[in-house]
Ligand binder design. Structure first.
Ligand code: IPE
Ligand code: IPE
Ligand code: MG
Length: 242
């Protein structure tokens, strides 16, 4: 993949990986077949992100709403996650990738939480690329947990109440589960759906959005590169006049 022609590389690219089920159905296969093939796309996009100099790559892997899918599919997705972590972490670590999982981890099994902790600890000092997997995440849940954290802090430390009430939007950022991670510059959703499905509602306030028809298992390096090219042409005004 040539990176020569791409200018204005975004710091943080976020991918809503959608369309695995449809990809499998088109081939007369079970939905899980699409999820398995989707792991290959994750590998390709991580490589492409490293090659192009993207510093943060985040993936919407499982939403809070996805818990409402049939139990067999939920179990298959969680098993796939554990398997992919075990298979990929050595190479990710070698390539300087910091691995982070963000979401409502209280809903995950002890087994998956243990694997996540192990991978996060192992890669904590890497700084080539931060790979963030949003697992059991939803934007509304994130904002709500932030508000609760803030309220609890006010109750515990009454001396902080005034400064918390004076706080601006940047101050609220530190209560979100994404604290310390820059907001996504570009959010790409595959599979032709034009919605956020409760993804980064606060953090995506000024993200550039790109909706592509490609189903996630077909989204590989060339599609990633095209997304960066599309981003390079955008004019981000943040409400100002240019
Ligand atoms: C994305 O593909 C994977 C997850 C949401 C976990 P889907 O499973 O949503 O596939 P479609 O959208 O039904 O084709
Ligand atoms: C969004 O995909 C969530 C993830 C990609 C993890 P869904 O397939 O769950 O979204 P909807 O149901 O089409 O909105
Ligand atoms: Mg879907």
């Amino acid at each position: 993949m040539s990176t020569e022609s791409i200018s204005n590389i975004p710091v943080h690219v976020s991918l809503i990986m959608d369309g695995n089920g449809r990809w499998a159905k088109e081939r007369g296969q079970e939905r899980v077949y699409g999820h398995i093939e989707g792991v290959e796309s994750v590998r390709a996009c991580v490589e492409a992100a490293v090659q192009t100099g993207v510093r943060y790559l985040s993936l919407y892997a499982f939403s809070e709403e996805n818990w409402n899918r049939p139990q067999a599919e939920v179990t298959a997705l969680m098993e796939l996650m554990v398997k992919a972590m075990a298979a990929e972490m050595g190479i990710l670590n070698k390539n300087g990738v910091r691995f982070v999982v963000i979401g409502n981890r209280g809903r995950l099994s002890a087994e998956i939480n243990a694997s996540i902790d192990e991978c996060m600890d192992m890669t904590a000092d890497n700084d080539v690329l931060t790979l963030i997997v949003f697992l059991s995440y939803s934007g509304k849940w994130d904002i709500l947990q932030a508000a609760k954290k803030m309220a609890a802090e006010m109750l515990e430390f009454p001396e902080k109440v005034d400064s918390i009430l004076e706080m601006g939007v940047d101050g609220f950022d530190r209560y979100l589960v994404t604290a310390g991670i820059p907001d996504p510059d570009l959010i790409v959703r595959t599979s032709g759906e034009s919605r956020l499905s409760n993804y980064l509602l606060w953090q995506g306030a000024y993200s550039e959005l790109l909706f592509v028809d490609t189903l996630w298992p077909d989204f590989r390096k060339e599609e990633f590169r095209k997304a960066l090219e599309s981003y390079a042409k955008r004019d981000r005004r943040y409400g100002k006049v240019k």
